[in-house]
Write a protein that binds this ligand. Structure first.
Ligand SMILES: [Fe+2]
Length: 273
């Protein structure tokens, strides 16, 4: 199995209809000439996903620097044990549990002077490679990913116990890699150990795929559009304090469901008591 086969370089296009077609086909696309304002950010998500009547909450301004060197970032102030290396391709919005956003967008306002390169990993290619290898262990691993519920709750947020690669019940797979995935504490110790081994293999294969994935740089006015059910995304480290972008999360008619209550393009409203 060749980890370099799982990364993709999204097609660039300027037309939102064309972008939707490419997004469907590849799981990711880059929309050019998408603007720079908060309104531009929300509008681009609405326009690209128009055929799927998306719910698009307020975009979140992302401006990170310093502290975002290559070593790690924190997924949550609530549990620093889940720090992960920067390279890992991940799923966004997992604080919402199973109702995580099915599409996400990142609109670049100002790229980093150096670093901050993006990459995308296609989980469908990983599963296809596991199925095609002819190896019984690979097949068992793929079965685990599709069928065995694991603990996916980010502490303090919406609970989720679900397979690593779930389904929306209407033909759409829901893959996740998050740093909080762990064995289901309600099963036997032996089963937890079995789950831990598979979860570690999932971490390792997505990490290797992230390291091997081709890099690309989003320029000002370019937005990456991602099928957050299908692809993992990540970036390399950077120190430029002026790098800035808009993050937009979206829930379409194809999502498992829209979370109750207020929505934003970060996890602030996914906190549970
Ligand atoms: Fe992300």
């Amino acid at each position: 199995m060749n980890e370099s086969d799982f990364g993709i370089i999204p097609q660039r296009c300027a037309d939102t209809g064309e972008a939707f077609t490419a997004l469907r086909r590849d799981g990711a696309v880059i929309l050019c000439g998408a603007g720079s304002t908060r309104d531009d950010a929300r509008s681009l998500a609405q326009r690209v996903l128009a055929p799927l009547a998306p719910v698009v909450p307020d975009p979140a301004p992302i401006k990170e620097g310093g502290g975002n060197r290559d070593n790690s970032y924190r997924t949550s102030d609530l549990n620093e044990a889940f720090a992960v290396p920067f390279q890992s391709g991940h799923t966004d919005g997992f604080a919402y549990g199973d109702k995580y956003p099915d599409f996400i967008f990142l609109l670049c306002v100002r790229p980093a002077v150096a670093g901050g390169e993006s990459f995308v990993v296609d989980t469908q290619r990983i599963v296809a490679a596991l199925r095609a290898s002819g190896d019984a262990d690979d097949a068992a691993f793929a079965d685990f990913l599709y069928t065995v519920p694991i603990e996916q709750t980010e502490p303090g947020f919406v609970p989720s116990v679900a397979p690593t690669i779930g389904a929306n019940g209407r033909g759409r797979r829901m893959a996740r890699w998050t740093p909080v995935q762990r064995p289901d504490a309600r099963v036997t110790v032996a089963e937890q150990q079995r789950q831990q081994a598979w979860i570690e293999r999932w971490r390792a294969i997505t990490y290797s795929a992230s390291l091997a994935a081709p890099r690309f740089v989003l320029q000002a006015g370019e937005a990456i559009c991602l099928d957050n059910y299908r692809v993992l995304h990540g970036r390399t480290g950077f120190d430029d304090l002026e790098r800035s972008l808009w993050r937009i999360w979206a829930w379409t008619t194809e999502s498992l469901g829209i979370p109750d209550g207020l929505l934003f393009s970060d996890s602030r409203y996914a906190v549970v008591d």
